[in-house]
Design a binder for this molecule. Structure first.
Ligand code: GDP
Length: 277
C-alpha cells in the first residue's frame, strides 16, 4: 500500500444534479470528474495510484465508449415493446423456465448486496419487483427475470450464513447443467473481500469451467484506500488462482449507482445484443 497516494474517500458524494431516475442522459450532464467516478469507478481509483503502479489495474479489458453505454441503457429500459418482468421462481432446475434467450446469473453470499444490485440494474423498469431482504438468507429460490427479447437474468439464492440446505444442490446443478447460461456474476463484498463462502462459489465456477465475472459490491462503504487495496488483491487472486474469471473487476454501489451503467453495458455486450466499438 506504500505506493498509494492518500486521498480522502471521494466515492459516494455525487452531484445533487444527478436525480433519482439514474438515466444516462443525466449522467452525461455531470462534470467530467463526477461522471468518471460514477461510470468508470476503476478509472477513478486509478487516479489515486502512484503513476508507477497505474498499469496494475486492469481497467481497459472492457472499455466501452459513453455512446455504447448510452445504447446499452435501452435494453434495460422498460417500454411496451421491451417488457422487463419477473418470470418465475424455481427451487429445482427442472422447474426453471425454458431456454429461448441467453441467460446471466448473479450469485453471492447472503447480504452481499445481490438484491440491491439487481434492483439498481432494473431501476429503469421500476415495475419489476426485486425483493430486498432485511434479514439475511431470504432468497431461497432461483428467480428468473426476462429482459425483453434479449436475455434472462437469474437471481440465485444467497449462500453462507443461513443458506438453504439444498443450496449447493440447486446452484451446482444450475451452474453445471443450464445450457443457455452465458456468464455468472459472482458478487464479493468490497469491504470484506473474498470470504470462505465465496471460495466455494469460485471453486464451483472453476470446476465447471464457467466464464464468470467478479463484481465488488457496496463500494460507497469503503474509503478509496481500502477499496484500492481490495481491488488490487482480488485482481491478483483472479490472475494467479483462477482460469475462468474475467480479469477486469466490476466495482459497484447500489446506493450511488457507481458502476451500474458500465455493468449494464457489459451484460448487453456479452449476451450478444450490443456491439461495442
Ligand atoms: P442480498 O442478501 O445479497 O440480496 O443483499 P441485499 O441487497 O438485501 O443487501 C444487504 C444489505 O446491504 C442491505 O441492508 C442493503 O441495504 C445493504 N446494501 C446493499 N447494497 C449496498 C450498497 O451498494 N451500498 C450500501 N451502503 N449498502 C448496500
Amino acid at each position: 500500500m506504500g505506493r498509494l497516494i492518500e486521498m480522502p474517500a471521494a466515492l459516494g458524494r455525487w452531484s445533487r444534479a444527478y436525480s433519482k431516475s439514474h438515466a444516462f442522459r443525466e449522467v452525461l450532464q455531470l462534470p467530467k470528474m463526477e461522471l468518471t467516478k460514477l461510470v468508470f469507478p476503476l478509472q477513478e481509483l486509478q487516479r489515486h495510484l502512484h503513476p508507477d503502479a497505474r498499469s496494475d489495474l486492469h481497467l481497459r479489458v472492457f472499455d466501452p465508449s459513453l455512446e455504447d453505454i448510452a445504447r446499452a441503457e435501452g435494453f434495460f429500459t422498460a417500454t411496451p415493446r421491451n417488457r422487463i418482468e419477473y418470470l418465475s421462481s424455481a427451487v429445482r432446475l427442472d422447474h426453471a423456465p425454458g431456454l429461448p434467450r441467453p441467460e446471466v446469473c448473479f450469485i453471492g453470499r447472503s447480504n452481499v448486496g445481490k438484491s440491491s444490485l439487481i434492483k439498481a440494474l432494473f431501476s429503469l423498469a421500476p415495475e419489476v419487483e426485486v425483493r430486498v431482504s432485511k434479514t439475511p438468507g431470504h432468497t431461497k429460490k432461483m428467480n428468473f427475470f426476462k429482459v425483453g427479447k434479449y436475455f434472462t437474468l437469474v437471481d440465485m439464492p444467497g449462500y453462507g450464513y443461513r443458506a438453504p440446505e439444498d443450496f449447493v444442490d440447486m446452484v451446482e446443478t444450475y451452474l453445471k447443467e443450464r445450457k443457455n447460461l452465458l456468464r455468472t456474476f459472482l458478487l464479493v463484498d468490497s469491504v470484506a473481500g473474498i470470504q470462505k463462502a465465496d471460495n466455494i462459489a469460485i471453486e464451483m465456477c472453476e470446476e465447471f469451467a464457467l466464464p464468470y465475472v467478479m463484481v465488488l459490491t457496496k463500494i460507497d462503504k469503503s474509503s478509496t484506500g481500502h477499496l484500492l487495496k481490495q481491488v488490487l488483491e482480488i485482481q491478483k487472486f483472479v490472475a494467479t488462482k483462477t482460469q475462468g474469471c474475467f480479469p477486469q473487476l466490476f466495482p459497484v454501489s447500489a446506493v450511488t449507482y457507481s458502476g451500474i451503467h458500465l455493468l449494464r453495458c457489459f451484460i448487453a455486450t456479452i449476451t450478444g445484443n450490443l456491439k461495442t466499438n
